[in-house]
Write a protein that binds this ligand. Structure first.
Ligand code: IVH
Length: 666
C-alpha cells in the first residue's frame, strides 16, 4: 500500500519530466514504448487508489507543446490522441470491441500508415487556408499558420467541390533526406543535432522566422476530415474527396473486412515502410462508416472507433563489455556502452548511448549482461533493456556511475535539475580545454583555420593551453611541425589575424560561456555594448536582457568571477579582438522606444515583419509576440487576425500604423 503510493508519486514525477522533455524541449530521453508502459502502470495504480486522484497527474492530460511565442487558439473540436497497441492480440481485441459496440452490425476498418511527425489542424474557409494550429494540450494549440503556409504540399487554395468550411488534420513531416542534410549542417555549425525527424519537424514548425521554415522543406500527409458539412458517409471516401481538392493523402490506405486482412496490411508495411521517404512508426485502424464512428463515440482521451498499432522498433541482443565515459567541452559526462558487435537494421553496432546515471541505475546493469539495443529513428542506438534471464553466476561487476572525471580525476558534480554529471575542473581538464579551443576556432565563432587534429597536436606539444595562447603562435614554430610546412602555417597565422575583425557578438559566443549560444551572445552584446559592462554586471543586471533567464545570467556572472577567465579575456583584449559593439551598429541605435513593448500584426507595405522587429530593437524597444495588458503599442498591418484585434481593443492597447511607427523613430 505504502509502496503503491510512493510508486504513484515517482511515476507522476517521471512522466511529467518526460512530457516536458518531449513536448517543450523536443529532446526525449526514453522511447515511446517505455513512456507508454509507465503511463499504463500509473493509470492502473490510480484506478486502484481513487483517493490519490490529482487533476495535475500526467494521466489527466495528453501533454502540451505550447510555447510562449505563438498566439494560442482553442480547437473547435478537441485534438484527441489514439490508444496504442503493440501486439496482434490487442488488435484482435480492438476488432472484437468494435464488433460488440456495434451490436454485431457489419463494419469496415480502414488501415493507414501512422506517420511519425508532428500533428496539425488546418482550417479552410471558402477554399482557402485560414489557420494552422498545433495540437498543444489537445484543447488549444499554437497558431503556426505563417510557418505552415511555407509547406509546399499543403494547398493554400483548393480546387473542386469542397465544403465551405471544414477542418482537416494530419502530420507535418521532415523527410529523411532533408533531416540528414540538416543535421550535417548543424554539425558543421556546432549546433545541437536533432535526435530524429519528428523533433526536427516540430522544432521547425516552432521557429520564429517562417523564411527559415520554408528552407527546411517540410512535407505533410492529411488523414482526418471534420466539420458540419463533410461530403461523404465514410472516412475513406472523405479522404479520397480531400485528395481531389488538393491535399496530400497517402495511397497506403486500405479498406479491410477482417482481422486477417488487417494483419496482412501490417505485415506488408512493416517491411515496405523502410523504403518510404518519411518516418512511420505504426498503423492506424479506423472504423470506416462515420455513422458507426458516432455510435461508438469517445473516451475522455481517444476515440473508441480508432486505434494505433505500433511497429516493434528493430532491436538486437548483445553483450555489454564495458562502459566508457566521455568528457565534453562543457565538462558534461556521457556514458557510452561498448558492446559485442551486432547487426542491427543494416549496420554493425558496437557502441550505444546510455544517456545518464539515472538511466543506468534504472536498468540495473552489470558488465557481461545481455542487453537489448534499439535504433528507433534516433541516430545513435541506445540500450533499452536487459535480458535478466541470461544473467548467470559468472556475471561481472555492477555498473556504478563514475564519481571522478576519467580525464583529470576531479570529483564530478551534478547540477540541480539536470540529468548530466559534470567535471567542474573547466580550467585544467584536457578535453574541456581542447573542446573550448575547438569551439573558439569554429566557423560561427572566430573562424580560424585549425581542425580538431591540429588542435590536439598543438595541445600535446604544449604550444596552446588556452584560447589566448593561439595568438602567441608564430610562423617559425608552426612551420617546424611535422607535416606542416610554410603554407599551412601561413594559413593559420592569416586566419588568426583576420579573426581580429570578427564582431563582438561572435567573440562573446566564441568564449564558450556555458548556456551562451550564438543568439544569446548577440542579445547580450547588443544590450551591454562592451565586455567591460558585462564583466561588471550583476545577475539581476543581466536578467533584464531579453531571453536571458537566471540560469544564463548566473553562468555569465560566474564566468567572469574566475581569475583564469579574466586573465584570458585580458590577453585577448591586448591582442586586439573586438570587445565592443561596432560604431556603425551603435550609430543607428536610439533610445526612442526604451521601455516600450510593441507587437506586430498583419502584413505591411514598406517593411517586412523582420525589418520592423529589427527597428524596434535598434531603437531600444521590445518586440513581443503575444498581446497582454503590458503591451504598449500594436503596429497594425493588413489582414490582421480578428482575435488579435478584439484582444487589443479589450486591453486598450494603442494601435498604430506602419507610418505612425516610422514617425516615432524618425
Ligand atoms: S488519426 C481521432 N491517422 O498519431 C483520430 N493519426 O496518437 C486522430 N498519426 O496525434 C488521429 N498518422 O499525430 C491518425 N494516419 C493517421 C496518423 C495519425 C499519424 C498521429 C497523430 C496523432 C497520433 C495518435
Amino acid at each position: 500500500m505504502e509502496k503503491d503510493l510512493e510508486r504513484i508519486e515517482y511515476l507522476r514525477n517521471e512522466l511529467n519530466k518526460h512530457n516536458y522533455n518531449y513536448y517543450v524541449l523536443s529532446t526525449p530521453t526514453i522511447s515511446d514504448f517505455e513512456f507508454d508502459q509507465m503511463m499504463k502502470e500509473l493509470q492502473d495504480l490510480e484506478m486502484q487508489h481513487p483517493e490519490m486522484f490529482d487533476p495535475s497527474s500526467p494521466t489527466q492530460r495528453v501533454g502540451s507543446d505550447i510555447s510562449k511565442n505563438f498566439q494560442q487558439v482553442a480547437h473547435k473540436y478537441p485534438m484527441l490522441s489514439l490508444g496504442n497497441t503493440y501486439s496482434k492480440e490487442e488488435v484482435s481485441d480492438f476488432y472484437q470491441r468494435v464488433s460488440k459496440g456495434l451490436e454485431g452490425e457489419s463494419f469496415e476498418i480502414v488501415c493507414e500508415l501512422k506517420y511519425d511527425g508532428t500533428s496539425i489542424s488546418l482550417t479552410y474557409e471558402h477554399g482557402k487556408l485560414v489557420r494552422a494550429v498545433t495540437r498543444g494540450d489537445g484543447e488549444k494549440g499554437d497558431d503556426v499558420t505563417d510557418n505552415v503556409r511555407t509547406i509546399r504540399s499543403i494547398p493554400l487554395v483548393l480546387h473542386g467541390d469542397y465544403p465551405d468550411e471544414f477542418e482537416i488534420r494530419g502530420e507535418i513531416l521532415m523527410p529523411w533526406m532533408v533531416f540528414e542534410k540538416l543535421n550535417e549542417e548543424r554539425l558543421q555549425n556546432e549546433e545541437p543535432l536533432f535526435a530524429n525527424p519528428r523533433n526536427a519537424a516540430s522544432g521547425t514548425l516552432k521557429m520564429q522566422n517562417s523564411k527559415e521554415v520554408s528552407k527546411r522543406k517540410l512535407d505533410s500527409y492529411l488523414y482526418y476530415l471534420l466539420g458540419d458539412t463533410i461530403p461523404e458517409d465514410t472516412h475513406y471516401d472523405n479522404l479520397k474527396a480531400a485528395q481531389k481538392w488538393g491535399f496530400k493523402i497517402s495511397d497506403a490506405m486500405k479498406v479491410c473486412h477482417s482481422v486477417d486482412e488487417i494483419f496482412d496490411f501490417i505485415q506488408y508495411w512493416d517491411v515496405e515502410r523502410k523504403n518510404l521517404p518519411v518516418a512511420t512508426d505504426g498503423i492506424v485502424l479506423k472504423v470506416n462508416s462515420i455513422a458507426q464512428q458516432e455510435q461508438l463515440g469517445y473516451t475522455a482521451k481517444s476515440p473508441r472507433w480508432a486505434i494505433a498499432y505500433k511497429f516493434q522498433a528493430e532491436r538486437a541482443c548483445t553483450r555489454l563489455n564495458s562502459i566508457s565515459y566521455q568528457v565534453g567541452r562543457t565538462g558534461a559526462i556521457t556514458p557510452v556502452a561498448n558492446l559485442d558487435p551486432v547487426q542491427l537494421s543494416g549496420t554493425v553496432v558496437k557502441r550505444a548511448s546510455l544517456h545518464n546515471a539515472d538511466i543506468i541505475r534504472s536498468l540495473d546493469l552489470y558488465i557481461g549482461d545481455m542487453v537489448y539495443v534499439e535504433k528507433g529513428g534516433e541516430i545513435i542506438p541506445k540500450i533499452v533493456g536487459v535480458d535478466y534471464n541470461q544473467r548467470g553466476i559468472d556475471i561481472g561487476e555492477k555498473v556504478q556511475f563514475i564519481t571522478k572525471c576519467p580525464e583529470c580525476g576531479t570529483p564530478l558534480i551534478r547540477l540541480e535539475g539536470e540529468a548530466a554529471h559534470y567535471c567542474p575542473n573547466d580550467a585544467h581538464c584536457p578535453p574541456q580545454i581542447k573542446g573550448r579551443i575547438e569551439h573558439f576556432v569554429g566557423r560561427k565563432a572566430m573562424d580560424i583555420n585549425l581542425g580538431e587534429e591540429n588542435i590536439n597536436l598543438l595541445y600535446n606539444k604544449g604550444m596552446i593551453k588556452n584560447i589566448a595562447d593561439l595568438y602567441d603562435l608564430d610562423m617559425r614554430e608552426l612551420s617546424g611541425l611535422d607535416r606542416w610546412g610554410e603554407t599551412s602555417a601561413k594559413n593559420v597565422i592569416e586566419s588568426l589575424e583576420k579573426s581580429k575583425q570578427v564582431p563582438f557578438e561572435r567573440v562573446l559566443f566564441a568564449l564558450g560561456i556555458r548556456y551562451v549560444g550564438a543568439t544569446t551572445a548577440k542579445k547580450i552584446a547588443n544590450a551591454m555594448k562592451s565586455i567591460e559592462t558585462i564583466e561588471r554586471a550583476t545577475v539581476p543586471d543581466l536578467q533584464v536582457i531579453d531571453e536571458v533567464g537566471e540560469r544564463i545570467a548566473q553562468s555569465v556572472y560566474d564566468y567572469f568571477r574566475s581569475e583564469d577567465n579574466r586573465a584570458i579575456v585580458d590577453r585577448l583584449k591586448q591582442v586586439g579582438l573586438q570587445f565592443e559593439l561596432d560604431e556603425d551598429v551603435l550609430k543607428n541605435r536610439t533610445d526612442k522606444l526604451a521601455g516600450l513593448s510593441i507587437i506586430i500584426s498583419g502584413t505591411f507595405q514598406r517593411h517586412s515583419r523582420d525589418e520592423l522587429k529589427l527597428l524596434i530593437e535598434q531603437n531600444g524597444g521590445k518586440n513581443v509576440s503575444s498581446i497582454s495588458s503590458k503591451t504598449d503599442y500594436l503596429i497594425a498591418g493588413e489582414n490582421m487576425g480578428p482575435a488579435k484585434l478584439e484582444k487589443a481593443k479589450s486591453l486598450n492597447v494603442k494601435m498604430i500604423s506602419e507610418e505612425d511607427f516610422e514617425n516615432m523613430i524618425k
